[in-house]
Design a protein around this ligand. Structure first.
Ligand code: GLP
Length: 236
């Protein structure tokens, strides 16, 4: 594991964007595993900036996102599909049909989960997976549990996650209580993993996840077993 500490969110975003752009330049038709949340916004901004300057071309790139709220359609501004379109996809030249986000409104959610795993397999797996980390150590929406869950699945969000994510909603009651999330197999089978985190409040969970025992109670701790993991952290 490479653990890189930087002193500003700008530097974190630039370094993360550098790693992603290197991946796209080396393999233009790569599969990027992408994340939502506030952490990657600066990374996406930097990539958009380089795209606008003509330095990166996403026309052959494919993306698969980690997760989506159950019951929020892509036109709702708190949905992760909306977030990705708004913060990234609409502002670069990736083909919309090459961007995949789980459908949290599917009639049969179990079938949607199976189809999502099949799609990732059909694409040949993920070349580079970008991750944030929740305050309880969740990645995607893989919440602390008694075991690691392998496949894409429907999850009941923990109270602390609902609380943390309520800042994106008008009120706490509007936060969905369930989500669809990629499981640990697709994440761990990614060829490279890049986890970014910023802020004092993430310090403790990063210590537990990357310098403590591997346990499903801290889902991100499994990443310690990945052969090509980079963590970038900025305290500010
Ligand atoms: C959500 C997302 C995660 C993300 C986490 C942390 O729960 N499902 O993928 O990593 O929030 O978000 P933030 O970057 O805003 O702290």
């Amino acid at each position: 594991m490479k653990f890189i500490k930087v002193d500003s969110y700008e530097k974190l975003s630039r370094q993360a964007a550098n790693i992603i752009s290197a991946q796209v330049i080396i393999k233009p038709d790569c599969v990027l595993g992408l994340a939502t949340g506030s952490s990657p916004i600066g990374t996406y901004k930097q990539l958009i900036n380089w795209y606008e300057k003509g330095d990166i071309d996403f026309s052959n790139t494919i993306s698969v996102n980690l997760d989506e709220y159950v019951g929020l359609s892509g036109d709702k501004d708190q949905s992760y599909r909306y977030f990705m379109n708004n913060n990234f996809f609409n502002r670069i030249n990736i083909k919309k049909e090459n961007t995949f986000v789980p459908n949290g409104c599917a009639e049969d959610l179990n079938a949607e989960c199976e189809a999502y795993d099949a799609k990732i397999k059909e694409l040949g797996g993920i070349d580079l997976q970008l991750l944030g980390i929740g305050l309880d150590g969740h990645i995607g929406f893989n919440e602390p549990d008694d075991s690691f869950i392998k496949n894409t699945h429907v999850v009941d969000l923990h109270e602390s996650t609902i609380e943390a994510n309520s800042r994106f909603f008008a009120s706490r009651d509007e936060v969905p209580t369930k989500a669809v999330t990629m499981g640990m197999v697709s994440i761990m089978q990614a060829k490279k993993i890049l986890l970014i985190a910023n802020g004092q409040n993430k310090k403790e969970i990063l210590e537990k996840a990357f310098f403590g025992p591997i346990t499903p109670q801290i889902p991100a701790s499994i990443l310690q077993l990945h052969p090509d993991l980079t963590v970038i952290y900025s305290e500010n």
